[in-house]
Ligand binder design. Sequence first.
Ligand code: DAH
Length: 346
Amino acid sequence: MAGFIDQIEPLKAAALAEFAAATDLAAMEQARVNHLGSNGRFTALLKGLGALPKEEKPAAGKAINLAKNELEAALVQKRGELELRAALPKDPTDFTAPGRRRVVGKLHPLTQVTEDIVRSFRKIGFAVADGPEVEDEYHCFDALNTPADHPARDSQDTFYVGAVPSATAGQQNAPQRGLLRTHTSSVQIRVMKSQPPPVRIIVPGRVYRRDNADATHNPTFHQVEGLYVDRNVTVGDLKGTVEFVFRELMGPETKIRFRPHYFSYTEPSFEIDFSSSLTRKMGKEWLEIAGCGMVHPQVFENVGYDPEVWTGWAFGFGIERIAMIRYGISDIRLFYENNLRFLRQF
Ligand code: DAH
């Protein structure tokens, strides 16, 4: 019988040749079993190592281990190549073909307008706050000085849900009738109850009304609320702030005017009209755009602020309305249909 060491090379060469000849992963696996499997030819030689005389063992062991390492490396390498080949497409790739265009999405026009509004208010130090869309009557109406028999509740009819726990309503811990909030004004109450003055926030968010959808109404839409509370706050501050923001949103030549109005949570209250090239494009000099006023002392009482010390103003306006005027959109429902031919224009 040939010497142990002399058998190594021919066995190794045979194994390497079979590895090299394998053209797929199955053939490769068969080649591995033939040589390195527990009944493989190379393995058989390896098993013979133990029977060698003691003095031959070190040299023989070293030689066969080197060969084994070489075979295992070759196995890994060839298997990697075959796996890669198996993963490649069967048809050849035409690298000269034009690339496939990726459709890049964009922000919804209402999101764009909301971000513009937020950006403008951030410049003058307002923080963004939010609150739940499923509200309770206390935060949406009562705390805003709008009791159950108040006529303003008719114009803000909404969708009622079951009782919700009233987490922060100071005076009542009983469960409250739940509703979808009709305006973002409810967040005024939540914020003031959660922190001491001063307050300087805006609240963008979705609101709900029991309205039938038409060109200017939808049962859900979006508002931005603003609230500023500090010492010695005046209507002048309110007007200056509103003017700054509307000029940013609607162009630098925008003018605003206040008309007396009524809201139960502000006194005095105003409606804000604005005028710009955009309103003239719509055939009007002035367009009504927002409600606002000085925070009613009763609202301060309701949240635990001392009305003798603190003053403030608040406003609210619809985001859809701003977007419609800005982009000349005549039907509010277009915002919610998600027709790509409409959305791609913004
Ligand atoms: N909540 C009013 C609405 O939905 C808008 C509004 C008016 C908000 C006056 C205010 C405000 O904060 O002071 O029509």
